[in-house]
Design a protein around this ligand. Structure first.
Ligand code: URA
Ligand code: CA
Length: 446
């Protein structure tokens, strides 16, 4: 099979066979197909798209390009969850103990943050002693014993995706629905999921800015899941502001603990998205007959403290200081807390999540490059959300800064956070949080 013929077929709009796709991906990974041919193919896909059959074949081929995690030693239906690029997205820290408490096993492999989005592994490492490396057998044993484990992704998951994503990044071919959908789904398949709940963000801070684009991406991922026999559902949620109030590693752990403890000061949006995603996880995991029943079960586990106890067990099982559950002050704290004053008065109508994420990164909470070191204590806490009234000079947010930040740096970051807020004179309503649910049966717009 000659690569040039495969590229030409795609360029001319033909459907590629699974064998053609396999030949391309295997050749790319083993080095026999050069970047320039892969780039030409990616551009052809960008313009021509891919059928559901092609997209599923690409997903499976990329999933098989590296290690495939074997979760057969874990009892029950393994339901994985994935969010597309959130800011202040602390859902995994809440959902792992919460759905485990409801009887759905959580065998989760997570990544570190890059750029303006955080990573669950960094967040967990802000808990003193927490170990993110576990062997496959320890991982399965822990899930069977306490219902949940969250570990760092192994080194050799989906190398084909890593190579192709890097190439797309520099050839203007990232924004292709079948390429994004197969990239995300290949990692979930390789991680051993039986079923998948996707949280597809939409709006200003998201990868997909419009609801229609987000629905198209969700439909493509659900179609892949259906095609390869892993039931997949997608919840489309709004990202016209950061999901939680905390953006930064230890700060997000604090917000997750506060949520599990039922304390005030927690973003209601974060609670709502956790309940929505968790309810679908319970349905796919056969622990609830309907989404409504799942939601009620989860609310009860929050109210009776079971989810918090499960979080404590998870932390203890991975070597962490479980006392943080009662004394969150044991988490690393920033050297300084600096209010970001509002330059004017009005009602908050939007908060550009990506800019808040970048501001947190500049404080040291995130990595500008893969090798950068991060400060787990720093970040941003929002004090105002969409719909809130603000007076001039009142704090919109607070910066949690390290000792090394200079006055000039802090002033620039503070301006960036203030600029991320849009205020208007008239009262503003928060946009609906859950915009649509996509299943194999179709799209339900809410
Ligand atoms: N996230 C991914 O994992 N892959 C993409 O292609 C885009 C976003
Ligand atoms: Ca995330």
């Amino acid at each position: 099979m000659r690569s040039v013929d495969i590229i030409r077929d795609k360029r001319d709009g033909a459907e590629l066979s699974p064998e053609q796709i396999a030949s391309l991906i295997r050749g790319y990974v083993d080095g026999s197909i050069p970047d320039y041919q892969m780039a030409a193919w990616a551009m052809a896909v960008f313009f021509r798209g891919m059928t559901a059959r092609e997209t599923a074949a690409l997903t499976l081929e990329m999933a098989r390009s590296g290690d495939m995690v074997d979760l057969s030693g874990v009892n029950g239906v393994k339901v994985d969850k994935h969010s597309t690029g959130g800011v202040g997205d602390t859902t995994t820290l809440v959902l792992a103990p919460l759905v485990a408490a409801a009887g759905v096993p959580v065998a989760k492999m997570s990544g570190r943050g890059l750029g303006h989005t955080g990573g669950t592994i960094d967040k967990l490492e802000s808990i003193p002693g927490f170990q993110v490396e576990r062997s496959q057998s320890e991982f399965a044993e822990q899930v069977n014993r306490i219902g949940a484990a969250v570990i760092s992704q192994s080194g050799n998951i989906t190398p084909a995706d890593k190579m192709l994503y890097g190439l797309r990044d520099v050839t203007a071919t990232v924004e292709s629905v079948p390429l994004i959908a197969s990239s995300i789904m290949s990692k979930k398949i390789a991680a051993g999921a039986d079923a998948i709940v996707l949280d597809v963000k939409t709006g200003g801070g998201a990868f997909m800015k419009t609801l229609d684009d987000s629905v198209r991406l969700a439909e493509a991922m659900v179609a892949i899941g259906t095609e390869i026999g892993r039931e997949t559902i997608a919840v489309i949620s709004d990202m016209n502001q950061p999901l939680g109030n905390a953006v930064g590693n230890a700060l997000e752990v604090r917000e997750a603990i506060a949520l599990l403890r039922g304390e005030p000061g927690v973003s209601r949006d974060l609670v709502e998205v956790c309940l929505a995603l968790g309810a679908h996880m319970l349905v796919l995991g056969r622990r609830a007959a309907t989404v409504e029943e799942g939601r009620r079960a989860l609310q009860a586990l929050l109210d009776n403290g079971e989810a918090l106890r499960r979080f404590e067990q998870l932390v203890a099982a991975q070597g962490g200081d479980a006392e943080v559950v009662r004394s969150p002050d044991r988490l690393p704290a920033a050297a300084a807390v600096i209010p970001v004053a509002s330059p004017s008065q009005g009602y908050v109508s939007g908060i550009r999540a990506e800019d808040v994420g970048v501001a947190a990164m500049l404080l040291g909470a995130g990595r500008a490059t893969k090798e950068a070191r991060i400060d787990l204590s720093v970040g941003i806490r929002l004090r105002k959300r969409i719909g809130d009234r603000v007076e001039a000079g009142e704090p919109l947010a607070e910066l949690h800064a390290g000792a090394h930040a200079s006055g000039d740096e802090l002033a620039a970051i503070s301006r960036k956070v203030a600029d991320a807020y849009t205020l208007q004179a008239e009262p503003a309503a928060a946009p609906p949080l859950i915009r649509a649910v996509v299943t194999r049966a179709g799209v339900q717009r809410l």
